[in-house]
Design a protein around this ligand. Structure first.
Ligand code: ADP
Ligand code: TRP
Length: 337
């Protein structure tokens, strides 16, 4: 029998889930969880959200919205281990232990930290660390702990997370070198097919850029949002390039092969932007409508969702408590008899 692969991924609970999260993370992770010989660990990275936001209501709401999105999109809690990071104390314990084998120099090279110091440099602030919190600096260690606490084999993430996976491997290898083979070296799985979905302004759709299309807008707001997508000023009747078009890229992430080809032909024939937006809206609405209905049901039964997460944490801790006990043993933290 083939050995089961452990696949793990998380979403930071720092905002309203959007179509980029849906196409780039939620749907592929659910799809992967249905494969044979896979055990999936999907979680809400709520402690990570404190790095970006110190707004308790936002952190709390986002956590709920992202959990409800996973379930509405078809995550089966009987097949997947689905939990909140903050319900797994082993992760925080491991984060400390890992920080004791991680060179500060490695963290100095992390993209998020370097970006923060680069802004200070540009503004000619004398202290390049001004405004940098330890949470941001330590972020790759917490992420390594999320992964290593479950000895995950594969971690599906967006391209922006590649460096964090390399760091998790470096940290695991360093620990193994010092204390013996406790950790597997996790492998990043970067979904290049979906690529990066653009937001309504054409740059990467991201909570940080204020350009997202949230998954759970009502019909009218979804249409309004789609009408806001930036286009060029080519008139109807003039052939249009589908390659560099936000509307087309969004359509491509959700429509079937045949539908994509049809729209491509209409671009060549000079479709008007209003019509292209209507086609995108119909496609998105047909995909989102059933999810929206399930989302509303979940929203009105918070107890059920809470119960699923608590049960998920119990299941998750069966794995993480065994691993942390191997880690403690390896570093010499244990009872006397
Ligand atoms: P954001 O940039 O909005 O803060 P996150 O960093 O929380 O998004 O991303 C959560 C997951 O969603 C990651 O796996 C990430 O790669 C994926 N994701 C985020 N934005 C996009 C996008 N525009 N296109 C494709 N995937 C995305
Ligand atoms: N840092 C990831 C992001 O912003 C979210 C995340 C936290 C994660 N811990 C993780 C992803 C562990 C995969 C594995 O997208």
């Amino acid at each position: 029998m083939a050995l089961e692969k452990r696949v793990l991924t998380g979403i930071t609970t720092s905002g309203v889930p959007h179509l980029g999260n849906l196409a780039g993370a939620i749907l592929p992770a659910i799809e992967a969880s249905r494969h044979q010989f896979t055990s999936s660990f999907l979680f809400l990275a709520d402690y990570h959200s404190l790095i970006k936001s110190q707004d308790p209501a936002m952190t709390h709401n986002s956590s709920f919205e992202i959990a409800a999105s996973w379930l509405a999109c078809g995550l089966d809690p009987n097949k997947v281990t689905f939990y909140r990071q903050s319900d797994i104390p082993e992760i925080m314990e491991l984060a400390w232990i890992l920080s004791c084998v991680t060179a500060k120099g490695l963290m100095n090279r992390a993209h998020a930290y370097k970006a923060a110091t680069a802004i200070n440099k540009e503004k000619e602030v004398p202290d390049l660390d001004k405004g940098v919190l330890m949470g941001l600096f330590n972020y790759p260690i917490l992420m390594a702990a999320d992964i290593l606490a479950f000895n995950a084999d594969q971690v599906p993430v967006g391209g922006d997370q590649k460096q964090h996976l390399e760091m998790a491997r470096d940290i695991a290898a360093r620990f193994n070198y010092l204390y013996g083979e406790v950790f597997k070296l996790p492998e990043a799985v970067i979904n290049s097919e979906t690529g990066v979905l653009p937001g309504i302004d054409g740059q990467k759709m991201s909570k940080s850029y204020n350009n997202t299309i949230p998954i759970f807008l009502n019909k009218e707001s979804l249409l309004k949002m789609i009408k806001k997508i930036k286009t060029n000023s080519l008139e109807p009747g003039i052939p249009k390039d589908s390659n560099n078009c936000t509307i087309f890229k969004l359509y491509k992430a959700f429509a079937s092969e045949g539908q994509i080809q049809d729209l491509e032909v209409r671009y060549q024939k000079g479709i008007g932007w209003g019509e292209a937006k209507d086609i995108l809206y119909s496609e998105l609405e047909s995909k989102i409508e059933p999810i929206r209905e399930r989302y509303e049901l979940i929203r009105h039964d918070k107890r059920h969702l809470e119960h699923i997460l608590i049960e998920g944490a119990v299941k998750a801790r069966e794995v993480s408590s065994k691993i942390i006990s191997d880690v403690r043993e390896a570093v010499g933290i244990k009872g006397f008899c």
